[in-house]
Structure formats: structure tokens, C-alpha cells
Design a binder for this molecule. Structure first.
Ligand code: PEP
Ligand code: MN
Length: 263
């Protein structure tokens, strides 16, 4: 169903009133985790005014270490909803448990499946039964074929609205958090009709690499980005070292506009 020839799942995907894969380059931005009302509302307003069209933020966090901040859960979802309404943009957030899909779909405009859950088949089937579009991150050790088969689980369960997200695969070199596989963008777009976005934040783990990799993603033909932005990254409870501050995010958006106008 997800293959380009079958054409059953074909772009664009609507997230609220935002079209992903319809030609416009769509930027999703916000903190790794929702930490407080002030943090998420301020970030939502800042990213919207810089040109982002979708707010990101984690409420249920898949932390490798069980003692790390686990997210605000249901409270985080309601703060996201408040921030989304204040800024007037839709929101994408991760869902980790099949039992949470129904309640998260009530408030979030898009459901994110994280890298660690790309092959959580009960979860894929459950989001496949929801009416919300799905952002399917590539598993950190998944081949392109496994990634597309994961998308097939969602689509074959009844939900054709899947956006694929390249977020880096695990390499040997700890100089970067992951190896961002930008060749996957044109490769997957050749194989499938699904839109593809890139996550340069988790893809590199380093703030200084986020803008160059975002530009490269746009040049490679991605339909958009998902980027981590925090009001004060040095104080972030999660992923501060890869988060842009508001000023950095404005520089990113200006650089992207210049690039996209040039092509
Ligand atoms: C995230 O987007 O905050 C996240 C946890 O991403 P990933 O699943 O790609 O690690
Ligand atoms: Mn993160």
C-alpha cells in the first residue's frame, strides 16, 4: 500500500490545516519535552512567529535511562493543547503505549511514533486505527525496507496518513549521536508516495550541526523538518545540547527561506 506504484497512501497528509507533502516545506518545531506552561506557550509563540507551522513537544518520553525525566504525561498533553491554541498551530506529540492512543488522539493533531517503537507492532496497529495522521520515525537500527514495512502496518490497519521521518541511524562514531542518512530521503521518495521529513536534532545530537543538516535535507528533497527548540537549551530537562534557542531557530528559518527561494 505504501509503494509508489500502489499509490493508495499518497501525499499530501493534512495535519490540522497544514498540508505535509503538498509542495510547501513544512517545519515542525518545539522542545524535546513539555516542561511547564510558560516554557511550552512561549516556545509555541516564538516558533510560530519565526515561520514554523506545527508545534512539537513530548509529554510521554521514551528515555533510555529510567531515572531520567519521563515527561509530564497527561498534564503535558493538556499544556500542549493550550500552547497549540494560543499560537494557532497544530501539534505533534509522541505516543508510546497503545492504551494512550485514544486519549492522545483526542488532543493532538498528529501522533509521533518514536525510533524505539518503530517495530512495536501492536502500537503501529493501534495508531493505524486512529483518525489522526502519524509521524513514523525510522528505527535507529532499521533498514529502509523495515521502515516502509512499519508504515505498511499503519496503512494496512486503516490509516493512510503517514509521514516518514529520517532521524539518523546508529553508527560507530560517538562524535555525533546518530548518522543522519540523507540519502534515505530521495531513496524513499522514489519507493513510496509518503511524505518524508528530517529530524536534524536527533540526527546529529549537536546544535552546531542542525542548520547545515537542515539545509542539506531541504536540498535532498525532504518535505519538511522536525527540529528541537527550547527557550534556554542549557536548562532543558532533555536534549538541550541539540536544541536551538529562539534566535538560532530564526537563523535556521531565514537560511531555509533563502535556500528555498533560490531553487
Ligand atoms: C523525540 O522526538 O524527542 C524523540 C524521542 O525522538 P526519537 O524517537 O527519534 O529518538
Ligand atoms: Mn528529543
Amino acid at each position: 500500500l505504501v509503494s509508489r506504484d500502489a499509490g493508495i497512501a499518497s501525499s499530501p497528509v493534512m495535519v490540522g490545516d497544514v498540508e505535509v507533502g503538498g509542495g510547501d516545506f513544512v517545519v515542525m518545531a518545539g522542545p524535546c519535552s513539555v516542561e511547564s506552561r510558560e516554557q511550552i506557550v512561549r516556545t509555541a509563540m516564538a516558533v510560530k512567529s519565526a515561520g514554523a507551522s506545527i508545534l512539537r513537544g513530548g509529554a510521554f518520553k521514551p528515555r533510555s535511562n529510567p531515572y531520567s525525566f519521563q515527561g509530564l504525561g497527561g498534564i503535558g498533553i493538556s499544556l500542549l493543547e493550550e500552547a497549540s491554541r494560543a499560537a494557532g498551530i497544530p501539534v505533534v506529540t509522541e505516543v508510546m503505549d497503545p492504551q494512550d492512543v485514544e486519549v492522545v488522539s483526542r488532543w493532538a493533531h498528529m501522533l509521533q511514533i518514536g525510533t524505539r517503537n518503530m517495530q512495536n507492532f501492536p502500537l503501529l496497529k493501534e495508531v493505524g486505527r486512529s483518525h489522526r495522521p502519524v509521524l513514523l520515525k525510522r528505527g535507529m537500527m532499521a533498514t529502509v525496507d523495515e521502515w516502509l514495512q512499519a508504515a505498511e502496518y499503519v496503512v494496512s490497519s486503516g490509516n493512510p496518513n503517514v509521514v516518514l521521518c529520517e532521524r539518523g541511524i546508529r553508527g560507530f562514531d560517538r562524535a555525533v549521536r546518530n548518522v543522519l542518512d540523507l540519502s534515505a530521503v530521495p531513496l524513499v521518495k522514489g519507493l513510496s508516495g509518503l511524505p518524508v521529513v528530517v529530524d536534524p536534532s536527533h540526527g546529529t545530537g549537536r546544535r552546531d550541526l542542525v542548520i547545515p543538516m537542515s539545509m542539506a535535507a531541504a536540498a535532498a528533497g525532504a518535505d519538511g523538518l522536525i527540529v528541537e527548540v527550547h527557550p534556554s537549551p542549557e536548562e532543558a530537562l532533555c536534549d538541550g545540547e541539540q536544541s536551538l534557542d529562539f534566535n538560532g531557530f530564526r537563523v535556521l528559518m531565514d537560511s531555509l527561506s533563502a535556500l528555498l527561494e533560490a531553487v
